[in-house]
Write a protein that binds this ligand. Sequence first.
Ligand SMILES: [Zn+2]
Length: 352
Amino acid sequence: MVRIVIPFSLGKKTRSFSGSFNYRRDWTYYQVLEFMTKRLINVIIFLFVFVTILQGNTYHFEMIRHQNFLIKYEITNENLALQVVGLLEQNSNKMEKFYDIDVNTPVSVVIVESLEDFDSYARSSLPTWTGAAYLSSQNIILLKNPTWSNPEINFQREFLHELSHLYFHKKFEGKDIPLWYNEGLAEYLSVGSIDLHSGLVLSNAIWAKSILPFDRIDSLLFFSKQKAELAYAQSLSAILFLYERLGNRENWNYFHQMILEKGWEPAFRENVKMDLIDFEVTWYHYIDDKYRWLFILNAENLIWVALLLVLIAGMYLVRYRNKKILKKWEYEEQIHGFDNPDYSNFESGYKE
Ligand SMILES: [Zn+2]
C-alpha cells in the first residue's frame, strides 16, 4: 500500500488529499499501453496541425527574368509578376530615353508577401503608407502585394514610380539634388498629370495655408499619409511648372546634363532663369491660380453649394410667382377696372 499525500495551498490553509492504490494491480500493461497510445495520437495530431499552419505561412517563390530585371514572386501571384514584365516592356525604353541613360546592371524586383519581409528587405521600418520602395544600395525594387497591404494601391503606378527612382539614381548618383525633384519626376513618369484628388489636396492646402516649403519635403519618410500626399502633389506640380519654364524636352535633357557637370543649383539658375527661391514663389502663384477654387469640389462644400443653389432657385421661383400674380392683378384690373364700363356695374353689384 502506498499512501499519497498531495499538499496544495488554498489561501492560507493547507489541505491534504489522501488515496491509495496498488501500482501493480491498478495499472496493467494494457492500460499503460492504451494511455501511451492516446498520448501519442494527441502528439501526432498536434504536430500535424502545427506543420499545416507552418505550411500556410511558407511561401514558394519563383523567378522570371526580363533583360537585366529578375522578378521574384510568390507562386500564386504570377499575374503580378507578369504585370511587372509588361510594364518593363512598355516603359523601360521610355525611362531610358527620358533620363538619357542605359541601365544594364542586374536589378531585382521582389513582390513582397508580408510587412515583416518588406521591413526586413528594407533593413528599416518604412512608413506604412508606402506601397513600394527602391533600395539603391541593393539595387532592389520592393513591391507590396496589394492583396495583403492595401487593395486600393495602384500596383502599376507604384512600380513605375520606383522604376523612375532607379533611373534617377543611376543618372544622378552622388549629386546633391532635393527630394522634391526626384519624387516629382517619379510622379511625372508614373502618373503624368495632377488628377482631381491631387488638385483637391493642393487646393485645401492653399486655403489652410499648409503648403510645404520645398526643403521640408526632404523629410518625406517621416510624414503622415496625408502630409505625404501633399508632398507628392506639390512635387509633381513643381515638375509640371518647371517643364513649362524649360519649354521642351531637349532643354530638359540639357538641364540634366548640366546638373551632372555643374551641380544642381548652378544648372537650375542657368536653365530655369531664376534661383530656387524665386522659382518656389512663382510656382506658388501658379498653383494658386490653377487649383485654389477646386476646394468647392470637397464633398462637404458640395453640400453647401447644393443648398445655395436650392436657395437661389427658391428665390427665383418666389419672384416668378409674385410677378405672375401682379400680372394677373393688372389683367383683372384691365377687365374690371375703372376704365372698364362693366366695372361700375360690378362695383355697384358688389356694394349691394
Ligand atoms: Zn518616391
